[in-house]
Design a protein around this ligand. Structure first.
Ligand code: SAM
Length: 288
């Protein structure tokens, strides 16, 4: 048995649960599940099952369902427990609560009541996928699920087209091929991308390539399981020297060389040093 009964302060404890392999749960999460006065779960059956696997007895403690469909009705009840000084542990069906999962309003209301709100961190599918996709991790944008309708999906992808960060989506296996085809169309087929399927489970798979490669690899294939899609950021904007010179001249009318270089480096994604040097040259010619 890998848990202890501990004295928990009154408050709300978000507990991350495994995204596949049941042993991906922290010892602290098990301590909290073993010790909280009240257990709340997006899916009480999965929570009971997880607790059984790890030998955490529920005993006579209440276990309550809290999910998207009953949140407004159930929240006051959980807040009442907190107001009575109880410790409440909440876990979503898999991964980290609030990440494409319920918990936001509960967290906000509990914090506004002045309760302790804390977390036993653990797995999340998008972080796991980011470590495996082979795409830059310095900046990323987690977009969750795209809209189901094709036109809304394409329009959302268009909004994301120029974002300078790795884009991360949750996607259903039914829509994966259509989503990747739309992404190739809207963002360009040569962008690097990956999809990560069934992470931490027996049939874990990471497929990497350009969007076109991935679309082609899925032709005639049925995909199953849970999926995260990751897409590389837009390439550096292509500015020719003449465009850049025009922009520098315009900027120098109102700014110092240093400020112009700073502003244009931000706007174009080009190195500041390169723009600074060009701005100095242009400025010194204008002075002559
Ligand atoms: N709260 C969860 C988290 O922290 O990742 C996400 C919950 S969201 C409702 C479920 C989606 O997460 C799935 O449809 C899938 O896109 C992704 N997901 C969850 N588990 C996964 C896994 N083992 N492998 C790949 N994707 C997974």
């Amino acid at each position: 048995m890998n848990h202890n009964i501990v004295k928990l302060d009154a408050g709300l404890y978000f507990v991350a649960t495994p995204i596949g392999t049941a042993r991906d749960i922290t010892l602290r999460a098990l301590d909290i599940l073993a010790s909280a006065d009240v257990i709340a779960a997006e899916d009480t059956r999965s929570m009971r099952h997880l607790m059984d696997i790890h030998g955490v007895p529920l005993g006579d403690r209440p276990i309550l369902a809290y999910h998207d469909h009953n949140g407004d009705k159930m929240r006051p009840k959980l807040l009442e427990y907190l107001a009575q000084g109880k410790s409440v542990a909440y876990g979503s069906e898999a991964g980290t609560p609030l990440i494409a999962d319920p918990g936001f309003h509960l967290s906000k209301d509990a914090a506004e009541m002045g309760c302790l709100v804390t977390s036993a961190p653990g797995p999340s599918a998008f972080v796991t996928a980011l470590t495996l996709a082979g795409l830059p991790t310095d900046r990323f944008l987690f977009e969750g699920f795209l809209p189901n309708s094709k036109s809304q999906r394409r329009s959302k992808l268009q909004d994301l087209a120029e974002i300078q960060a790795t884009l991360i989506f949750y996607e259903s296996p039914k829509r994966l091929a259509a989503m990747l085809a739309d992404a190739a169309d809207v963002l360009g087929g040569d962008r690097q991308a990956a999809f990560c399927r069934e992470l931490t489970k027996k049939f874990e798979e990471v497929r990497r390539g350009t969007l076109t490669d991935l679309v082609q690899s899925l032709a005639g294939q049925t995909v199953k399981g849970e999926i995260v899609v990751l897409i590389d950021r837009a390439g550096e904007p292509k500015l020719n020297e003449l465009d850049l010179e025009t922009q520098i001249r315009a900027a120098l009318e109102t700014m110092s060389v240093r400020d112009a270089a700073e502003a244009l480096a931000q706007a174009t994604g080009l190195p500041k040093r390169q723009i600074y040097k060009m701005a100095l040259d242009i400025g010194s010619k204008a002075d002559r």
